[in-house]
Design a protein around this ligand. Structure first.
Ligand code: NAD
Ligand code: ZN
Length: 347
């Protein structure tokens, strides 16, 4: 088969690789219909997250159809349409049964193979899915492939971010970063009833999309702090939803949030230190919530409600390209030019 593999810093390749095989009786092989490039892939691409073996198949966002199942797969049948969360989960451990599927004791992240161990990714024609009955979500024609694909990561992550911010209608929220995740956080905050959701970025098209989804755009270079101070009469934002994953964004979140407020972070931080000190957090009586989205849990909630959301989340898909153009897709998504927002790839 063909897939996009990690080669080196800022270097991915479209190349022929071995077809995945059933390795455990609970595995399934999925034929990929649609896959996508995520902001998290960029951390690997730029070497902010390192350790990946050369040749690892990239990507963790995909939907497709069941091609083959292991002997102990009971629920899934060949031909079923399935969406995958970006991590696998067993469905029965303490964390799975309490809704924290991202911390399943057997969880694996797609597209992460280190020292020969791990799981290849979804930016390929076929992918092996461990614990397939519990990991995969079976869907029908009431949900489009694009919607199901987004539910496996950025849509769920945006809603998770909004939920951690404890949304109340009358309060003031700020989303930092209007990439696919931040935009879905705007959608999530609106869905949970927020009236005022300010959205900060530096890319004009992304700010426009935030506005389309119900957010109030604030340009990063136009002193968002002063604006939030003015709006809140010097108090600060009740909740800040951070969807970037940089020290600068973390510091901005800290500056914008009011004493007693919440910072909800889904941006993946690769710096070894917090953007603010424990003493600063103390002095603000801060609630700081952070972590990997339990996407499998959110899919269960979001997939049946897809048509009830304030907007179709798939409006953020700006480019659909052939998987064979995957290398260009990385460069395009990374450059944040040509109005690029979410790039999906079709094998
Ligand atoms: P992206 O790179 O497309 O989006 C990031 C956006 O932030 C860009 O639009 C960029 O212009 C903007 N930005 C950069 N610095 C900024 C700043 N200082 N202030 C305001 N905006 C700024 O990526 P994405 O796909 O939207 O992902 C966003 C983050 O979420 C990444 O760190 C990704 O790894 C993470 N993520 C986390 C989870 C999770 O489970 N927690 C899941 C998916 C993605
Ligand atoms: Zn992702």
């Amino acid at each position: 088969m063909y897939g996009i593999t990690f080669r080196d810093l800022k270097k991915v390749a479209y190349e022929q690789i071995a077809d995945p095989k059933i390795l455990a009786p609970t595995d399934a092989i999925v034929k990929v219909h649609l896959t996508a490039v995520c902001g998290s892939d960029l951390h690997v691409f730029h070497g902010r997250e390192c350790g990946l073996d050369c040749g690892t198949v990239m990507g963790h966002e995909f939907v497709g159809e069941v091609l083959e199942v292991g002997k102990e797969v009971n629920k899934l049948k060949k031909g079923m349409k399935v969406a995958s969360p970006f991590t696998t989960s067993c469905g029965v451990c303490y964390f799975c049964t309490s809704g924290l599927t991202a911390r399943c004791v057997h969880s694996q992240l797609y597209g992460w193979v280190q020292n020969g161990k791990g799981l290849h990714g979804g930016q390929a024609e076929y992918v092996r899915v461990p614990m397939a009955d519990a990991s995969l979500y079976v869907y029908d024609d009431s949900v489009s492939d694009r919607q199901a694909l987004l539910a496996g990561d950025v849509l769920s992550t945006g809603f998770f971010c909004a939920e951690m911010a404890n949304i109340r209608p009358e309060r003031v929220y700020v989303v930092i970063g209007c990439g696919p995740v931040g935009l879905m956080a705007v959608l999530g905050a609106k869905h949970f009833g927020a009236e005022q959701v300010y959205a900060i970025d530096q890319v004009p098209e992304r700010l426009e999309m935030a506005q389309k989804l119900g957010g109030i755009p604030l340009a990063l270079d136009q002193n968002p702090w002063a604006k939030i101070q003015e709006i809140t009469k010097g108090i600060g934002a009740d909740g800040v939803l951070e969807a970037v994953g940089s020290k600068r964004a973390g510091q901005l979140a800290f500056e914008l949030v009011r004493p007693g407020g919440i910072i909800s972070t889904v941006g993946v931080h690769t710096s070894p230190n917090f953007a603010f000190s424990p003493a600063q957090a103390y002095d603000k009586n801060l609630t700081y919530r952070i972590g990997r989205c339990p996407a499998r849990h959110y899919m269960e909630r979001l997939m049946p409600k897809m048509q009830e959301l304030p907007f179709d989340p798939s409006v953020i898909v700006s480019h659909e390209m052939s998987l064979s153009k995957g290398v260009e897709a990385y460069d395009l998504f990374d450059a944040k030019q040509d109005g690029v927002l979410k790039v999906v790839l079709r094998p």
